[in-house]
Write a protein that binds this ligand. Structure first.
Ligand code: ASP
Length: 347
């Protein structure tokens, strides 16, 4: 019998109504899960739950909490066949991206899920999301960090929250779902990533020897700048100091920026000289950055920026945290930003 560890971090799924809006309540949710008959059926893997204290709205989840989820998995890795992480939907795509990098050598399923309506409310989507996540974790066909929501299993570091109020709240526009859960759970064999593919990596990130290794993140200073028509880049000059380690630049289309007040490139160059790594992502959810395709992006390369290809902003941020926490040189970080480490980008 397979045994799955449920890690309950907080989020709508286990919240109850209070005078100040929905909030998690200590101890309530394990009791509520124990009362769901389907979760005790023989077809469902055995499960045990670890509850975070405090339980969090995922708006408050960041590096320390990612490290905590990572340690919870590492410390129990040999005792379970897989992990289901119950998490708020707001930052679930960030956390799933972070954990995908943090868990080097992962060879078991880690499935993030949550719900749009709390378990205790009418029409809640919590029950199906938990049940199907447990079944998928128990089947063990997908052994990477993924996100299950509303019938789709997505690669964690390709996912993004696309709706604040629909049941289908997540999408992975640049990567086919790893599985679809309809009457049957159908896996997309071609999309699933296998542990061995990590081994092609050479250099400092390729040497973990086939065991799970947790790479905890440090609180690296990272920024995101979203370009918009009329942006006054000069306003950002003050933040471009040598204490800023990385910037994700969300550009138009295939990586284009406005000439605007002519201030961006000198600023990017300054950041580059300071050692800040600039990653160019696209504001388009679907498609890829292609630096140099237009004159409007060619200069970014000259100024030392690297391409984020079709990475989500969530994945690019998580990857920056990861690479900076490895103690790599800036050149290595820039090199690895453009390499597919966990299925997060297509070149
Ligand atoms: N604010 C909640 C959270 O992210 C929303 C949710 O879980 O759906 O924790």
């Amino acid at each position: 019998m397979k045994k799955i560890c449920i890690i309950y971090t907080g989020g709508t799924i286990g919240m109850v109504p209070t005078e100040r809006g929905y909030a998690p309540r200590k101890g309530y949710f394990s009791q509520a899960l124990a009362e769901i008959d389907e979760l005790q059926k023989p077809e469902v893997p055995d499960w045990e739950m670890v509850e975070f204290d405090p339980l969090l709205d995922s708006s408050n989840v960041a590096v320390n909490e990612w490290n905590r989820i990572g340690r919870t998995i590492r410390d129990r890795y040999d005792d379970y066949d897989g992990f289901v992480v119950l998490h708020g939907t707001d930052t679930m795509a960030y956390s799933a991206s972070a954990l995908s990098f943090m868990l080097d050598g992962l060879d078991k399923p880690v499935i993030f899920t949550g719900s749009q309506i709390p378990l205790c409310m009418l029409r809640s989507d919590a029950r199906d999301n938990i049940l199907t996540s447990l079944m998928i974790a128990g089947e063990g066909k997908v052994r990477e960090v993924c996100l299950y929501f509303a019938g789709k299993l997505l690669r964690g570091n390709r996912s993004t929250k696309s709706s604040a109020d629909r049941f289908v709240a997540f999408d992975s526009p640049n990567c086919a779902p790893l599985a679809n859960a309809g009457i049957d759970i159908t896996y997309e064999e071609g999309a699933i990533r296998h542990f061995r593919s990590d081994r092609k990596l050479r250099g400092p990130l390729g040497m973990f020897g086939g065991r799970l290794r947790l790479s905890e993140f440090q609180n690296t200073p990272i920024g995101v700048i979203k370009v918009f028509p009329g942006i006054q880049f000069r306003l950002f000059e003050q933040v471009m100091t040598d204490s800023l380690s990385g910037i994700v630049l969300e550009t138009f289309g295939a990586g284009n920026i406005p000439e605007a007040d002519g201030a961006l490139l000198p600023m990017i160059r300054k950041a580059y000289e300071n050692g800040t790594v600039i990653v160019v992502c696209s504001q388009c959810p679907q498609g890829t950055v292609h630096l140099g395709a237009y004159e409007a992006s060619a200069a970014l390369v000259g100024a030392g920026a690297v391409s984020g290809y079709d990475m989500t902003t969530e994945a690019a941020i998580a990857k920056l945290y990861y690479l900076f926490s490895q103690g790599l040189s800036r050149d290595d970080i820039k090199h690895y930003m453009e390499i597919d480490l966990r299925g997060e980008l297509t070149k």
